[in-house]
Ligand binder design. Sequence first.
Ligand SMILES: C[S@@+](CC[C@H](N)C(=O)[O-])C[C@H]1O[C@@H](n2cnc3c(N)ncnc32)[C@H](O)[C@@H]1O
Length: 287
Amino acid sequence: MVGEICEILQLPQSTVSRQLRSLADGDWVATRRDGTSRFYSVNGEALDPAQRRLWTLVQDEIAATPSAAQDRGRLREVLARRREKSQAFFSTAAGQWDRLREDLFGRDSHLRALAGLLDPEAVVGDLGCGTGAFADAIAPFVGQVVAVDDSREMLEAASERLAGHPNVSVRPGTLEHLPLDDGALDAAAIVLVLHHLPQPDRALAEAARVLRPNGRLLLVDMLPHEHDEYRQTMGHVWLGFSEPQMTRLLESAGFERVRWHALPPAPEGRGPALFAAAAGRKDTTRR
Ligand SMILES: C[S@@+](CC[C@H](N)C(=O)[O-])C[C@H]1O[C@@H](n2cnc3c(N)ncnc32)[C@H](O)[C@@H]1O
């Protein structure tokens, strides 16, 4: 910032501003505005080879002078003061930071960012996609999403929701006979679907077929519960799944390296607690 540069070089603001303007006109420095502040930096990448040679020459000439050593000392102080300012803010706000964070960015901003860790080239299946919430969340972060469901109404809602993502295709089909070639997917998710299926083993074997060797499957469903009324009200076949039951089903279907996590219940959720089970499709070509 201009004020900081004045302090470091001990020059009046009018001089520093004039010099910075000339340097910016000649593309020697780049500027960036942040709120009411303007930041200046040496335009290292954009300098042509001759400019870079001249810049290095000037730097070498000046670096050895006593006033440059003093400038460096003042630079260290200015930077330390910047750090102190942000530390002071966090030490007064630490207790309230969670509330402030939620206020500014929403409750689960960190979870929404997680999808950024996905492989940007990956082809991902949302199997039993319903209205397409999962596909919608991951589509901007991966190469392609195939969303499959057997309900016409759900597919219509999913198509409408996902219309803005050119890399999503919505397809009718069942989990027992997926409309996908062998090994077509790098990863797949079956979210809140398995408890509806009379034969979950068949759906898992199908998921194994359409995943490439070492492709990953993510299963989200309910932990065992006693809401027998869900059978009538929502057509549930299974009242949740336990870890040993799920691990057995996954391993028999051709998966390995099963990782199981009971998910922390959301305070606003009134249903049973959920688990997330992730597993790798066995590579049968390996000896
Ligand atoms: C409870 S919803 C969950 C939807 C979505 N995965 C989500 O998390 O919002 C279950 C979905 O599975 C679909 N479904 C149930 N049995 C299926 C089957 N055998 N084949 C394909 N889809 C099925 C239903 O049509 C419904 O859209």
